[in-house]
Design a protein around this ligand. Structure first.
Ligand SMILES: [Fe+2]
Length: 312
C-alpha cells in the first residue's frame, strides 16, 4: 500500500496529478480557469428556450408513473417546468436550501479529476449550451437539458445528494489506482441508467433515461433488457455501451441501499482485486445475480440502434 492510499484527500483544492495517471487530453478554452467553470451562464435565445420547453413537454408525456417520486418531487420543488432554460443562480438558491448543492456552468465535458472535485464540493457541473432541432433526439455530449432536467431534480433528495458527493470523493482514489473505467461503470449503471424499487416495482432515477425520449418505456416495460438487483462489485466489473439503449439495467432497493453499498465498501481493496479490463459483457447474466427480469435481448440481437430494430 502506498502513502497516497492511506492519506485522506484534501478536497478544498484541485490535486496535483501524480505522474502516470491517464486523463483525457481535453483542450481547455481560454475563457475558463483551472476549475473549468464558465464565468457566466450563457444567455439563451428565444429559440433555445423553446427547445427546452419542447423537450420538457415530451419527457412529461412519459415520465409520470415511470420516474421515481424523488425526481418528480424535485422537478416541482425547483419549479423546473416554469418555462425556458432555468437560471442557474435561482436553481442553486433552491437546491442550496434543500441539500447544499449548486449548479455551475461548464463549456463541455470536463476532465475527470475536475469533475470529481466539483462533486466532492457539492457543485454539479452542467453544460452551458443546448441541443438544436437537428440534434433534438440524441446528442452524445451532455447539454443543459440532460444535465439540469435529468440530474438536478435528484439532487433535492438528501440521501442521493450525499451519494453524489461520495462518488466525487471516490473519483480521486480511482484515479490513483488507474481504475476510472470501473468507477465509470458504477456511475453509468446508477446515476445515468439506474432504476429504484418503489411500491414494489422499478422506477427510473438515472438521468440518461429521464432525459431521453425512448428509454423510460424500454427500461421498465421492455422484454429485451435484463433487470438485475445492483451489486457494486459486480457492476464495477461490467462493460457498458454509451450510444444505444442498455441491454441491462441495475436496480436498487432505495437510495439508502445505494449509499450504504458504496460508502461501506473498501474501494482500495476492491480496486486491488480488479483486473484492468471489464470481466462481464453488458448483456451477461451471471449465477450470483438477483434477477428481476431475464431479458430476451431481442432489440440488441436484431442490431440495436441503426438497424431499425424496435425497442421492445
Ligand atoms: Fe449525465
Amino acid at each position: 500500500m502506498t502513502a497516497s492510499e492511506t492519506l485522506p484527500f484534501n478536497f478544498t483544492r484541485l490535486p496535483d496529478l501524480p505522474d502516470g495517471i491517464f486523463t483525457a487530453p481535453l483542450q481547455r478554452p481560454a475563457r475558463v480557469g483551472e476549475d473549468w467553470l464558465e464565468p457566466v451562464q450563457r444567455t439563451y435565445t428565444a429559440e433555445e428556450h423553446a427547445i427546452w420547453d419542447k423537450l420538457y413537454a415530451r419527457q412529461m408525456d412519459v415520465l409520470p408513473g415511470r420516474a421515481c417520486s424523488a425526481f418528480l418531487k424535485g422537478l416541482e420543488r425547483l419549479d423546473l417546468g416554469r418555462g425556458g432554460v432555468p437560471d442557474f443562480a435561482r436553481l442553486s438558491d433552491g437546491l442550496g436550501a434543500l441539500t447544499g448543492w449548486s449548479v455551475v456552468p461548464v463549456p463541455m465535458l470536463i476532465p475527470d479529476h475536475v469533475f470529481f472535485w466539483h462533486l466532492a464540493n457539492r457543485r454539479f457541473p452542467a453544460g452551458n449550451f443546448i441541443r438544436t432541432r437537428e440534434t433534438f433526439d440524441y446528442i452524445q455530449e451532455p447539454d443543459v437539458f440532460h444535465d439540469v432536467f435529468g440530474h438536478v431534480p435528484m439532487l433535492t433528495d438528501p440521501t442521493y445528494a450525499d451519494y453524489m458527493q461520495e462518488y466525487g470523493r471516490a473519483g480521486w482514489k480511482a484515479m490513483r489506482h488507474n481504475r476510472l473505467k470501473s468507477l465509470g461503470a458504477l456511475y453509468w449503471y446508477t446515476v445515468e441508467f439506474g432504476l429504484v424499487i418503489e411500491d414494489g416495482a422499478p422506477r427510473v432515477y438515472g438521468a440518461g433515461i429521464l432525459s431521453g425520449p425512448r428509454e423510460a418505456v424500454f427500461a421498465l416495460e421492455g422484454q429485451s433488457p435484463n433487470r438485475i438487483m445492483l451489486n457494486v462489485d459486480r457492476v464495477m466489473r461490467t462493460d457498458y455501451v454509451i450510444d444505444d439503449l442498455q441491454p441491462t439495467y441495475f436496480v436498487i432497493e432505495s437510495f439508502e441501499d445505494l449509499y450504504h453499498q458504496t460508502v461501506e465498501r473498501d474501494f482500495d481493496r476492491l480496486y486491488r482485486g480488479l483486473g484492468p479490463g471489464f470481466t462481464y459483457a453488458n448483456t451477461a447474466v451471471i449465477d450470483v445475480d438477483d434477477v428481476l427480469q431475464r431479458g430476451t435481448l431481442e432489440y440488441h440481437l436484431r442490431g440495436g440502434r441503426g438497424s431499425g430494430a424496435a425497442p421492445v
